[in-house]
Design a binder for this molecule. Sequence first.
Ligand code: F3S
Length: 428
Amino acid sequence: MFLTDEEKAVLDGSEGEARAHAMDLMVRYAKALGAERLVETNNVCGGVVGSLPGRRDVLPEDKRHDMNAVYSLLNLDSDKTLDIPPVKTNTYRLIEAMDADLYDVQGVGEETQRLVRETTAFCQKSGYQLCNTCTPYQVGNVPLFGEHCAWMESSAVIYINSLIGARSNVEGAHSTAAASLIGKIPYWGYHIPENRRGTHLVEVEYPIDNMLDWGLMGYYVGEKVQENVPVFTGISGVPNANKLKHFGASMASSGGVEMYHIVGVTPEAPTRDVAFGGNRAQETIRFGRAELEEAYSWFSTAKDTDVDFVVLGCPHGSLEQVRLVAGLLEGKRLSANTDLWMFIPRSIKAIADRMGYTDTFRKAGAYLMTDSCAALSKVSPKDVKTAATDSCKQAHYLPATMGFGTWLGSTEQCVNAAISGKWTGGLE
Ligand code: F3S
């Protein structure tokens, strides 16, 4: 594998032990992938592991609150405690284990609070931007077309690859940590133009309109194409960012899709031929009403129509989505038996506060929460049996990670369920 003189020097310790270790990890990773070289990146989004209880148990007891030791082992795979220097690249923190203000409402115990305080202080010291969201692109980190990135969250990677034309693979906690210290990532996968070409054709024969339809189509196609690159034709009009955020998140949940094209919409697909770039479609998939219904049928994990918990904001909600939900809640009160939590980025929450949306939520008995999410941070009200959500991704994870029977429906149906306490939604 080719290394520049500068990369070799870092490997030999010119920038200290921790960066040498990070370079070694990156070179081993690149070799395992079959990459011929590394590429520069100045845009990393990753996780700092160790704020959920149990994750630090692999460390000796006296090291479990030493963040250099925690980060060395859990993020850089080093048994030796390294002195972790500041990040070298723009580095953004993804989701955290709790909302920094509403952890009591989330039922987060003291042990987790302590672990989160420690990881937060570590991020502040090392220069990780504390965005704490799975949607960095909603809060100021919008990469340029062609920019090489090292992002970890699958719903965000598919978004920036497909809708912006930035270049990233779905990275892990180790590779993003190493990239943050050396500013390099293997030149492999979706960094290489040829790998971004379409492989499967999807002919859409049904007017895909609302966010649920987009989510279901994404889920269906992800299941069919797995880790390939679908090219969609037959889409009329230009969908908005919220719908495509759900679309990509769904495809990345049911399959491992990291890149797609919509002919006439996404930047690397001005025409079908350009999207395929000379590839022959391996398969043609038709998507109509029957396929939409089939995808919806995969989600019927709930039996009880009494809904305890409504989860919105997966991926984290936009200001536009907060406004929609606030409008639905205006002057209403949630059922005494039901909670509604909507997850959003912290900086969007700041605007929601100024707009009065947070007050509207609170008056109705609902919460706008930040930094976290139900399925991945594993936070919920007490004794939930049945949840409802407007997100295919959250509906995919909640039964597995939280054990909740989960209804899937539109945002409006979910808010209605929170107000009445009953599920009456379904595919329209
Ligand atoms: Fe984000 Fe959690 Fe969904 S991390 S994409 S809100 S599962």
